[in-house]
Write a protein that binds this ligand. Structure first.
Ligand code: SAM
Length: 322
């Protein structure tokens, strides 16, 4: 399949921005425009609610929304299904006092998703190191009516985990720069890397993987963090399973007692999981999510979730119980 053929099979995904209105209200609005809930491939006015992500709607692939008042006002966000998984798997707490970090935020689709899942409560720090992309992030957060987000134009790796502002951070989303090899579009024949040799590709992916690992290890140093979601839009094990494996073996994971979240906590209804052959312990792959471009009607994507293992009092050695 070429990029055109793959793109034609991907519905136009629309995330309802629940910071502005409810999914029910959105569905009713589309019905009043003449749409029916008959699925995105039946006819040009058919649409559906997604079976995995509650606030996601599916429209026919050619549907245009870029001039639609609902898009221009931030009530709907055009976001691929797979890219909705990370915020949903992170499940940040929706309560006063919760503190969350989006470490690599621009253009801000996942930031506004996190903010909506938090009911616009608590505090969400959104870091972006690139100045220009930071400008885009600010515009996006304004448009999406995110009131609990503090955007920060800084490199996450320079943010001190000991800073008082971050001492209560419990959830971190890491969606760092990657090869983008999972992105399906109609221009994929124009990618600069087309003529790259195998060795050049390997060098580039290893460099990205080194950076991605550094980001996870840094996130593990935040004193109160309980859950870290790491995602990429890459299809390569080098940036996905291998990075996760290295992170699990790191001193930071050891000292912070981090392990992979059990598969029941990582969108269990999604069947495509990580590659068992790429993990030291093949059963760990069940905790990882993959999306395959061409097979899943999404872009290629990868999601992992690390949780801090806390020893419950009844599991504690007897001598340390008081
Ligand atoms: N999560 C975003 C979304 O869904 O809209 C997409 C993030 S994009 C894959 C990665 C972003 O991370 C880029 O904008 C890049 O400039 C930024 N970035 C890369 N390294 C960073 C770092 N060390 N600190 C902060 N931002 C970083």
């Amino acid at each position: 399949q070429n990029g055109d053929e793959r793109a034609a099979k991907i519905p136009r995904y629309v995330r309802v921005n629940t910071s502005c209105w409810s999914t029910d209200e959105a569905v009713q609005t589309f019905i009043s425009r003449g749409y029916s809930l008959s699925g995105p491939f039946e006819h040009s006015q058919g649409f559906a609610q997604d079976e995995h992500i509650p606030d996601l709607l599916l429209f026919p692939p050619d549907t245009q929304f870029t001039n639609d008042p609902l898009y221009l006002s931030g009530k709907i966000i055009l976001q691929d299904k797979a890219s909705c998984f990370p915020a949903y798997v992170l499940s940040p707490p929706a309560q006063q006092g919760s503190v969350v970090i989006d470490a690599t935020a621009a253009p801000g689709n996942k930031t506004s998703h996190l903010s909506a899942l938090m009911d616009n409560k608590g505090k969400l720090y959104a870091f972006e190191r690139d100045r220009k992309r930071f400008g885009t992030l600010q515009m996006m957060l304004d448009k999406a009516k995110c009131k609990n987000v503090e955007p920060v134009n800084a490199d996450f790796l320079t943010v001190s985990p000991d800073d008082q502002r971050f001492k209560n951070v419990t959830h971190i989303l890491l969606d760092p720069s990657c090869s983008g090899s999972g992105i399906v579009n109609r221009l994929d024949h124009l990618l600069e890397t087309e003529n790259e040799t195998k060795v050049e590709e390997e060098t580039r992916l290893n460099k990205l993987a080194g950076f991605q690992l550094m980001m996870i290890k840094h996130a593990m140093k935040f004193p109160s963090v309980q859950r870290i979601v790491y995602s990429t839009c890459s299809i390569h094990a080098t940036e996905n399973e291998h990075v996760v494996q290295q992170a699990l073996k790191s001193d930071e994971a050891n000292e912070g007692h981090f392990e992979l979240a059990p598969s029941e906590q990582v969108l269990p209804s999604w069947k495509r999981r990580g590659y068992p052959d790429e993990m030291d312990s093949p059963s760990d792959a069940a905790s990882l999510l993959r999306c395959s471009p061409g097979d899943d009607a999404t872009n290629g994507f990868f999601v992992s979730s690390f949780v801090r293992h806390t020893v419950e009092s009844d599991e504690m050695p007897l001598e340390s119980r008081k």
